[in-house]
Design a protein around this ligand. Sequence first.
Ligand SMILES: [Zn+2]
Length: 368
Amino acid sequence: MKWVYTIARIRGTDVKVHLTFVLFLLWWAVGGYQEAGTAGALGAALWLLAVFGCILLHEFGHITMARRFGVRTPDVILLPIGGVARLERIPDEPRQELLIALAGPAVTAVIAVILYALIRLNGDDAGLGDLSPGRPFLSLLMNVNVYLLLFNLIPAFPMDGGRVLRALLASRLGLVRGTRVAATLGQFLAAFGGLYAITMGHPLAVLVAFFVFLGASAEAQAVETRVAGDGLQVSQMMVTDFRTIPVYATLSDAVELLLSGEQREFPVVDNNGRIEGILTRDNLIRGLSRLGPSGPITEAMTQGVPPVAPSLGFQEALDRLRSSRLPALPVVDAGGSLVGLLTSDNITDLLLVQRATPQRPFGAQQRG
Ligand SMILES: [Zn+2]
């Protein structure tokens, strides 16, 4: 079951939709159908698509500005609460982050002004701030953009206003403390807003508050991790004391290794010590039920595992590990020899040590 689907690729950025967004679209269309049949369903779906078109334009405002500062955006994801453009990194200067954060709301403001002009040119009443369902299409769309603008300018994470606040604070407090203030403010507002929405009986607003809360903590976490790992290389983060399994071994050999120690992922190597794959604990358990204890390792292991170089930087190593969806990646030097294992457990340990001793960066030799 996949939660995220890529629907388009625009100038190097994957446009993805979250399954909950698709469900939201369907739910909206069903509501329209119950009110006015097929035409109602089409109208409701079209309306929501128009809103998300505006949100996508907003996100591409951020993305285009980020590109000007050399920051790529691998993907943008559409959630029921709006869009999230995942920047490859936080720009180096607070001023750049400020401009990137403001570019999205600027696009939204331009959309609202254009819609307002169109409505007025038609000689209609714009009905500023009026979101009652009976309003004409263009007027509603304009007002949604106005509310979107106001919502995004709230100075708390994960809203754009939070980024503006962080950029302003970062020049004085530093990135970590600046982020912490903006994120705490976001969590506080989300908790407060969520409780208020519950007492008012607004399920959609409760959902928004929930996503805001999660987004705020995720941002704070990501920045602390990034700063803690700044300047580290894979060679300092990898496990160097580990066991390997030869390609000709059986699953029962692997069971013995698994039960004899703490190691959960085993590199599978050929006679020359070159990496052939990785056997994770999941691979082993699934292999056992499928092939039995005498089954060959090579049938159960994960093949085509991308190796990482010892000189690779912290953030990229973390991204590779995450995108591989494996608990461990082999570290292979320029000569092709296996020199270590990059595991998420070890990185977590390292970051805990780093945080406890911010003045003295450690290598990763504290775990066997
Ligand atoms: Zn934005």
